[in-house]
Unconditional design. Structure first.
Lengths: 409, 272
C-alpha cells in the first residue's frame, strides 16, 4: 500500500482579455478569442507535464469542461488515451466523466474500457454529475441529474462486468437492447470508480456502493466531515473498514526550494480562482439542479449575509473568499499546500491526520500561466523530497496501525 | 376564492375557484398563479374561474411519469371530464401550449379557446430560435434583475413564499421546456385538429417570442376558426402587465361565442 500523488491541471487557456473587457469567461465567449497556435503549444506543455509526472513515478488526473477558457480539456477519454500511450506506469484518473450530461452511458463504458486495455489496466474512472455552467454548453436538462447519474453509473458498471451478454436495459432515462461492450475492461471486475462530492450526505451513498470518494478544494474541516460520513456508513452497513486508497483530496500544491518562493508561485492560483469568478450567475444558478427550497433560500438570504452565514470553520470558503484570502490562511485551512519540501511534508502530515487518513493527493499543480519548468521542479520535489518520507514516516505506519494519527484540530 | 385538491392518477392538483358565470378553465403560464392574481380576479367578474396549478407548480404534485407538456395535457383531459357546463379554456404562454395540446384531442364541453402569448410550436428553421434563451439571459426575478421587459411591474424584492413559488416554477419550466426548447416539433401538425373557435392574443412588445409572425402562424395552423389579435404596448406576460385589457378581450370573445350560440339555438328552434 502506497500513498499516491496525482498530478492535475485543468489545461487552462490563460490568455483571455481581462475581465474589464470581457466580463465572462465561459459558455458565451466566442472562440475567436482562442488562438489555435497558442492552443497547440499549451496542449504540448500540458502533455509534457503529464509525461514528466509519469517519469517521476507520480500518477495523473484529468478532467473535462466545456465551452470554457478555464479548462480546454473537453473530452477526457481522448486525453486519457493520449496519456495511456505516452506514459508507462502512471495510473490515469478521469475525474471525471460527466454522467448526467452525456447521452449514452454505454459509450462511456466502452471509452473507459478501451483506455483501460490500452494502458494495461491503469485507468481509474471518475463519475461526476457535471457543473451547473455546462447544462447550457451540453444542452443537458438540469432536472433529475442525480437520478440520471445513478442510472448511468449502474448501467456502466453492468456493461463492464457482464461477460455473457448482450443484456437489455430499459430504465427511466436510458434504453439499450443489446449491451455488449468490446473491449471489456482490463482490470477485474472493473477499474476503480471515483465520485467527487462536496457533501457528507452523498459520501454515505458512495460508501454503500464501494466507490472511492474524492473531495475537491473544500478545506480540511469539510473534507474530514465527508470522510467521516463515508467511514460511518461502512460501519453502519457492516462493510469492511474503508482503505486509505478509497479517499482522495484535491488541494492546490506547489513545492518550492524555499517557503517564500513557493508561496510566490502559488499566488498564481489567485488568477485561476479569479477566473472562476467570471462565471455569469445565470449559468451557475440553473433551476432544477438544486432543491427549489434551497435555491429560494439562497436568494432570500442575500440581503442578510453575515447575519445568517455560518463562520468559515463551518462551511467551505466561497470562491470570492478564496480569491482574496492570504495564502497563509489558505494553507492553514487546507486549501493549499505550499512551501519547501519539509514544509509541505508537515502540511500533508497534518492534513492526513486531521481527516483520519487518506491515500490520494489529487494535486492541482498547474494553474493559470504557471510554466512547465516551474511545475516540473515542483513535481520533482514532491516526488523525491516529500512523498518517500511521507510514505515511510506517516502513511505506511498509519495504514498498518503502527502510528497514531494526531489531529491538528 | 375557494381552494380544493383533486387527485388525477397521482397528479394531485391544487385548484382555486372564484367568481360566477360561465365556467372558465385557466391554465397558468411559466410562473404559476402567484403573480397573476389581479387577472384572475378580473376574470372572476365575468366567469366562474377554475385555476389549477399544473403538476409540479404550487402545491400540485407531479407524478414521476408526467414528464412532457403532452402528459400535463392528459391530466387536464381527465380534469375537464369532471367540469360541469360548457367551458371556455384560457391559457397563458406555457399554459396556452398545454391548452392547445389538450384541444387537439378534446372537443366535448369546450366552447372556445383563448391562447394568450402561446408557445409550443416551431416556425423558424434549425438555426433560428423562436424564443429567447432565458437560461442565457438569466432565468428571472430570482436573480432580482429582470432582463426581459415582460417582468416589469414585479418588484425585485419578493417574499420568501413568492421566491419558493418561483423557484419551484422555474424548476418545472426547466423540466418541461428544456429540450426541445419551449416547443414540441410535432405540435404544429396537430393544431389543425383544434375544432373550437379560438383567439390568439399577443402583445406588440413581446420580446420573448422572437419571430414577428409567430402568433399569426399559430392561429393559421389551427384554421379559419382561429383569429389572431394584438394588444399594443405590452410584452409576453400580458396577464401580469395588462390584466384589465386582457379580461376585456376575453369577455368580448366570449360574448361573440354566446351570441353565436344563441343564434344557433334560435335557428334550431325555428327549424323545429
Amino acid at each position: 500500500m502506497t500513498f499516491r500523488a496525482w498530478v492535475f491541471t485543468e489545461m487552462p487557456y490563460p490568455y483571455l482579455p481581462p475581465a474589464e473587457m470581457l466580463p465572462v469567461n465561459r459558455t458565451v465567449v466566442p472562440n475567436r478569442f482562442y488562438d489555435p497556435d497558442t492552443g497547440y503549444q499549451l496542449y504540448k506543455n500540458y502533455y509534457d507535464i503529464y509525461s514528466a509526472a509519469d517519469s517521476l513515478g507520480l500518477d495523473i488526473m484529468v478532467n473535462e469542461h466545456h465551452s470554457t477558457a478555464t479548462c480546454t480539456n473537453s473530452v477526457v477519454p481522448l486525453s486519457m488515451a493520449i496519456i495511456a500511450r505516452e506514459t508507462s506506469s502512471a495510473r490515469i484518473l478521469a475525474l471525471g466523466n460527466p454522467l448526467s450530461n452525456r447521452r449514452d452511458p454505454v459509450r462511456i463504458a466502452e471509452e473507459m474500457a478501451t483506455v483501460d486495455v490500452i494502458s494495461q489496466g491503469r485507468a481509474e474512472v471518475g463519475f461526476v454529475r457535471g457543473v451547473p455552467m455546462e447544462h447550457s454548453a451540453t444542452n443537458s436538462s438540469p432536472v433529475d441529474t442525480k437520478e440520471r447519474f445513478w442510472e448511468a453509473a449502474d448501467l456502466i458498471v453492468k456493461a463492464w462486468t457482464t461477460h455473457d451478454g448482450p443484456f437489455s436495459w430499459e430504465g427511466e432515462y436510458f434504453h439499450h437492447r443489446q449491451v455488449n461492450i468490446w473491449p471489456r475492461p482490463y482490470q477485474q471486475p472493473h477499474p476503480p470508480v471515483w465520485v467527487p462530492t462536496l457533501s457528507a450526505q452523498s459520501a454515505g451513498e458512495l460508501a454503500a456502493r464501494g466507490f472511492n470518494v474524492a473531495t475537491l478544494g473544500n478545506g480540511t474541516q469539510q473534507c474530514g466531515l465527508i470522510f467521516d460520513a463515508y467511514r460511518s456508513k461502512c460501519e453502519e452497513l457492516n462493510l469492511a473498514s474503508p482503505r486509505p486508497e478509497q479517499f482522495g483530496y484535491s488541494p492546490f500544491v506547489f513545492v518550492g526550494d524555499t517557503d517564500e518562493r513557493a508561496k510566490q508561485e502559488v499566488e498564481k492560483i489567485r488568477r485561476w480562482v479569479i477566473e472562476l469568478l467570471r462565471t455569469p450567475k445565470q449559468f451557475s444558478d440553473v433551476p432544477g439542479l438544486v432543491d427549489a427550497r434551497a435555491r429560494a433560500q439562497s436568494v432570500s438570504g442575500q440581503g442578510s449575509v453575515g447575519k445568517s452565514e455560518p463562520s468559515h470553520a463551518d462551511r467551505p470558503l466561497s470562491l470570492y473568499e478564496m480569491a482574496y484570502a492570504p495564502i497563509d490562511e489558505l494553507i492553514r485551512l487546507g486549501y493549499v499546500m505550499a512551501g519547501n519540501p519539509d514544509t509541505v511534508f508537515e502540511q500533508l502530515k497534518s492534513f492526513h491526520d486531521s481527516v483520519g487518513g487518506f491515500g490520494n493527493l489529487l494535486a492541482m499543480m498547474q494553474y493559470s500561466t504557471m510554466s512547465v519548468e516551474s511545475v516540473h521542479q515542483s513535481m520533482e520535489r514532491l516526488a523525491n523530497d516529500v512523498l518517500p518520507r511521507f510514505n515511510s514516516e506517516v502513511f505506511e505506519p498509519s495504514a498498518r496501525g503502527d502510528r497514531e494519527m494526531v489531529s491538528a484540530n | 376564492m375557494r381552494k380544493r385538491f383533486d387527485d388525477l392518477g397521482g397528479a394531485t392538483l391544487e385548484i382555486t375557484e372564484s367568481g360566477s358565470g360561465d365556467p372558465l378553465l385557466f391554465l397558468h403560464g411559466e410562473d404559476g398563479l402567484e403573480f397573476c392574481r389581479s387577472f384572475i380576479e378580473g376574470l372572476s367578474d365575468h366567469f366562474s374561474v377554475v385555476a389549477p396549478h399544473h403538476p409540479g407548480w404550487g402545491s400540485s404534485v407531479r407524478p414521476r411519469y408526467v414528464t412532457t407538456v403532452r402528459d400535463i395535457s392528459d391530466v387536464y383531459d381527465e380534469f375537464l371530464e369532471n367540469m360541469q357546463g360548457r367551458v371556455l379554456v384560457v391559457g397563458v404562454s406555457l399554459g396556452a401550449w398545454i391548452a392547445a395540446e389538450l384541444m387537439c384531442r378534446r372537443r366535448e364541453s369546450v366552447v372556445g379557446l383563448v391562447l394568450i402569448s402561446p408557445i409550443g410550436i416551431k416556425v423558424g428553421n434549425r438555426e433560428q430560435r423562436d424564443f429567447e434563451d432565458i437560461y442565457v439571459e438569466g432565468v428571472s426575478r430570482l436573480a432580482s434583475q429582470p432582463s426581459l421587459p415582460e417582468a416589469k411591474g414585479r418588484g425585485p424584492s419578493l417574499s420568501d413564499a413568492e421566491l419558493l413559488h418561483l423557484a419551484m416554477a422555474e424548476e418545472s419550466v426547466a423540466r418541461f421546456c428544456w429540450e426541445p426548447y419551449m416547443h414540441d416539433p410535432k405540435l404544429r401538425y396537430r393544431l389543425r385538429r383544434i375544432k373550437v373557435p379560438t383567439t390568439v392574443i399577443s402583445g406588440s412588445e413581446d420580446r420573448f417570442v422572437l419571430n414577428d409572425t409567430y402568433f399569426d402562424q399559430f392561429a393559421s395552423l389551427i384554421g379559419s376558426h382561429a383569429q389572431s389579435q394584438v394588444i399594443d404596448g405590452v410584452g409576453h406576460k400580458i396577464d401580469e402587465e395588462a390584466p384589465e385589457a386582457l379580461v376585456k378581450r376575453i369577455a368580448e370573445f366570449n360574448a361573440v361565442l354566446v351570441g353565436a350560440r344563441e343564434t344557433e339555438d334560435l335557428r334550431i328552434e325555428q327549424a323545429q
